[in-house]
Design a protein. Sequence first.
Lengths: 124, 99
Amino acid sequence: MIRTGLTIALIVVGVFFLTVGTIGMLRLPNVYNRMHATSKPTTLGTAAIFFAGFAHFGPGAEGLTALIGIVFLFLTVPTGAHMIARAAEQIGIPFEGSVTWPDASAVDRSDRAERAERTEKSDD
Amino acid sequence: MSEAADPALLDAVVGGALILVSGLCVLCSYRVISGPTNPDRVVALDAIATNVVAIAVLFAIQTDRGLFITVSLVLAIIGFIATVAAAKFITDGEVIDEP
């Protein structure tokens, strides 16, 4: 009985976080802000739903698979978000408003210049 | 406590959660279609992939079949690989570098 209540509570928490993430992705103005809105609440929401699966199936084979899913999610979602943010910055999508790098001279721009040269060359 | 946590309520909550998360996937597809830039579309597809992982776990709870937990794990792996490949495609214009 407690297990059923715990499952219900975790599902409600997870669906709340997924809803918050989707609303943030629809409403925020920029790629970087949208990524900030999706990656963290979506990770938390799906982890809560995985925990609901663990609470429902118990610590048998399926429950342990759910725990492995949580670990995998916490490893991969930040990595993927970082790679998309890096790609967006490298193809030159501007930051919002007055947002800048903390130290602009510390950022290596040589690869971007190289790529611009390469695309110019391929246009010929 | 006993009336607040009976299996019928669990069925109702899981069904409602499935419908709501499916609706969230439809809302994410708005950003996939009309996103101003390509990284927007990749972010939205990544969010859809994570939502589908949640749908698989909810389906496992609804039907009481633990096999679908494994299905959700496989979906998470495929979503991660797709995100990394799309990010590399946006940056380099190709997924696998030719020597």
